[in-house]
Design a protein. Sequence first.
Length: 452
Amino acid sequence: MKMENDLGRDKISRLVMRIAIPSMLAQFVSVLYSIVDRMFVGNIPGVGAESLAGVGVCGPIVTMIGAFAFLVGIGGTPLMGIALGEGNKEKASTILANCFVMLCAVSLVVTGLALALKEPMLRLFGASDVTYPYAEEYFSVYVMGTVFALLSMGMYQFVIAQGYAKVGMCSVILGAVLNIILDPIFIYVFHMGVRGAAVATVISQAASAAFVLMFLLGGANITISFGGYSYKTMLQVLKLGFTPFAIIAADNIMLITMNALLQKHGGANGDTLITVNTIVQSFMLVMTMPLGGISGGTQCILSYNYGAGFSDRVLKAQRYIAALCAGYTAILFVLARVGGTVFASLFTSDAAIKEQACWAIRICTLAAVPLGIQYCIVDGFTGMGQIQMSFPLSFWRKAAYFVAIFLIPTVAEAPMIFYAEPISDIVSVMVSIPVYLFSIKKILRKRENRLA
């Protein structure tokens, strides 16, 4: 297939827009996977609130499972992008082949572990006697489709890494649209309830995985080959992918911990607070997943030009990426204040839950713009293979969050835990910006000297 974008020669401003916008839209649409599930589940007659809380308990665990796709996908794509920038297509093909095998193997291991640890995980992460049956029902079905989830998300990264942003967007839209169609059919028409939402998601992910694999087997510039497997290559992928994997895993551990703390300190309102948090985190997904589409999708530009030694193009691209990240999060900051109640109404008709969810959404988005800059810096370093920079910057934010969620309940009521999000976003960017400004030119000069 003809290349959509020439990563080394196209005008940077147009290149960033042509890749960032489809990647952002793809991730925005992919949010619908969880949003639509939660919308329909939350409106099941008679048991909507309990069902929504049960699915909310599953949410962070499900996303943590998905983190394994990024362990391999985002671990492999910068390596492949740098190889393409160096003009080494054979090396790029070998990296893709190794990553495909790794994703297949990881899927099997994760499925087995998730099924074996299902009940203790759900109990530990906030499921009560009331919400556990709904959490167990959803999780049991979803886990059986782990291979489709990991292949669709992981191999999607290699489509974007080659500059095929529109193809990647189509793969995500296919799954999301199918999920929207199937959800009401399985939940309401077939009366499958929470189980129906999970079945619809698995089928949709299987369709996305099939689309991506068909393209990478025959339509892309670099296609999946078989053979040339190397432990050295796999270790390089895991080393680089550990940062995004750990970031996502830590994010979900934070959400799981938050649910547990809300249950513990919320007393009789514990289940209600988890329902509120499920709605809040759905809004945060609307902000962070498209934001990740901008900062993560454009990594291919940084990887390629870093590999080629085009420092000016790297710096120029990062300026445009930062502007897009800040602009998008600014829009979501405003929407949180003018549309929070409308958003909460999609999930529940309970006036008290809607009011509390709207308040919490506004709190969690107080530092939305600094969060956008943080994403740009961390993903930018990862795209250039600089895990020694991205890893500590990311975990500085996680550390601040963990400290906040444990300290706040000791001095304030349980709902105030929601302030942990803006606190960590502000603290993290106060460190990330100076580190970036101090180090980026040194990193680029080192690359230029290596190629000289």
